[in-house]
Write a protein that binds this ligand. Structure first.
Ligand SMILES: Cc1cc2nc3c(=O)[nH]c(=O)nc-3n(C[C@H](O)[C@H](O)[C@H](O)COP(=O)(O)OP(=O)(O)OC[C@H]3O[C@@H](n4cnc5c(N)ncnc54)[C@H](O)[C@@H]3O)c2cc1C
Length: 432
């Protein structure tokens, strides 16, 4: 079933500017509009397919899983074992390693889209989405065309349901530093970093000590760079594996029998046994334990891939917070000044939902559902979300199953009784 019909909605215009008129289209979608073709959007789409619900997927990039294909570094592997990262009804191939590489994960997602016949509309970025109470439908406006395309076309989709799957990492966070404009060296965000190759022979500073900052620092070391790692706040570093078993898997197993706090105590004991005292090397631990911190604030502990060893051996030098930048130099809060050629900002990401979704009951102003997991997947008036659980791919899969089942149920009930409301179409046309 084709969910889209647009021919009926080209209306007459009084505007003399025909070019502008034909640059806009209004499209009725018979089913939900899924925004984002990352793992969450794909998982929702696959679930809808299984429920027999027609849908469209809008994706701003020119490919599925753009975070993985375009905005990640070459050496990236899944941080968690594959059994915690698979999407619903589609296990990873048996010959994949426990931690699949980025390319293997992308191949897996391509096969997923193929298996469920998901064909997103690429280069189509949602600019706004608003619920129209008069007709009880969502109006979703997009700009069609690649990012660098000057001749973008606008489309307005009208639909009964919208599924927000634009991700927790939609936009990079770039903090403002005093004197940043004076620096003169090259500055990139970790989402633009590919490999340490181009940094050979340079004085590099990595800002931020989450999983990305730690791994970028390690990659730089592997390309003979001795980076500075700027650590402003506290961080939990845990060994990736304990006695050959993934620490994450161990924590999940222990949580079946013990409280969160007890599991945290066990994890911290194992970390001190295997890594020693991280405080001594400038990586101060937060007062709250790693699992509790993840649960309350969504702050992911760092799973050490070898970076800590490089810190201990002095190949990576931990430096405190930045006071200011100057030409080719950085001054730190402890009064030290160091020469730096290049800066890599591993300063995180944020949701972009507040930029385009005109709604404030379900989402916070930071672009995350107000209700904590597992209740942050359904809002009012046909609004859904998938992938905002701060629980990675496993949380996204759980959301996707709930969203698809819920829409499937309503779809089956409603299609038995009614056809899509026709009166609303004319109202939409009159906007042009
Ligand atoms: C470096 C890195 C490593 C990670 N490793 C793991 C891991 O090992 N295991 C794990 O579980 N999680 C991991 N994560 C978390 C990871 O982000 C998610 O698990 C996964 O990518 C989330 O999928 P998503 O579909 O929700 O979001 P995304 O993958 O971010 O996909 C969202 C999609 O929406 C599109 N989009 C955004 N805004 C718009 C718009 N306005 N209009 C149209 N399209 C839009 C984007 O282009 C993107 O393609 C990692 C994250 C990073 C950054």
């Amino acid at each position: 079933m084709n969910p889209v019909s647009n021919a009926a909605f080209i209306a007459k215009t009084t505007s003399a500017n025909h070019e502008e008129f034909f640059a806009k289209r209004c499209v009725w979608v018979n089913g939900p509009v899924v925004v984002g073709a990352g793992p969450s959007g794909l998982a929702v789409a696959a679930g809808l397919k299984e429920q027999g619900v027609p849908f469209i997927v809008l994706e701003r990039a020119n490919c599925i899983a753009s975070l993985w294909q375009i905005r990640t570094y070459n050496r990236l592997k899944l941080h968690l074992p594959k059994q915690f990262c698979q999407l619903p009804n589609f296990p990873f191939p048996d010959d994949y390693p426990e931690y699949p590489s980025k390319d293997q994960f992308i191949n897996y997602l391509e096969s997923y889209a193929k298996k469920f016949d998901i064909q997103p509309q690429f280069n189509e970025s949602v600019q706004s989405a608003e619920y129209d109470e008069t007709c009880g439908l969502w109006r979703i406006k997009t700009a069609l065309g690649a990012d660098n395309c000057t001749n973008k076309r606008e489309v307005e989709y009208i639909c009964r349901w919208i599924v927000v799957a634009t991700g927790e990492n939609a936009e990079k966070v770039v903090p403002k530093f005093f004197g940043f404009h004076e620096f003169g060296g090259d500055i990139i965000h970790a989402c633009e970093y590919k490999s340490g190759e181009q940094y050979r022979g340079k004085k590099v500073m990595v800002v931020g000590c989450g999983n990305s900052g730690m791994e970028v620092s390690l990659d730089l070391c592997n390309h003979d760079v001795q980076p500075l790692l700027c650590v402003r706040s506290s961080v939990h570093v845990l060994p990736k594996d304990v006695l050959g078993k993934s620490t994450f898997e161990l924590a999940m197993t222990l949580l079946r029998w013990f409280s969160l706090r007890t599991v945290d105590k066990i994890l911290l004991f194992l970390a001190s046994l295997l890594l020693g005292n991280t405080d001594k090397y400038g990586l101060k631990r937060p007062e709250v334990g790693p699992m509790e911190l993840k649960n309350t604030e969504g702050k992911t502990p760092v799973l050490d891939l070898g970076t800590f060893g490089k810190i201990r051996s002095g190949q990576i030098k931990v430096v405190p917070g930045i006071k200011r930048f100057a030409r080719g130099k950085v001054a730190f809060v402890d009064g030290e000044i160091r020469e730096v050629d290049s800066v890599i900002l591993a300063t995180g990401y944020r949701s972009n939902v507040p930029l385009w979704l005109k709604e404030s009951d379900f989402f916070t102003k930071n672009g995350f559902p107000k209700a904590p997991f597992p209740n942050g997947w359904k809002g009012n008036a046909g609004l859904y979300a998938a992938g905002f659980t701060k629980r990675g791919l496993s949380g996204a899969s759980e959301d996707a199953i709930r969203v698809a089942e819920d829409i499937g149920k309503i779809w089956k009930e409603e299609t038995k009784q009614k056809k899509p409301p026709a009166a609303c179409h004319r109202r939409c046309i009159s906007q042009f």
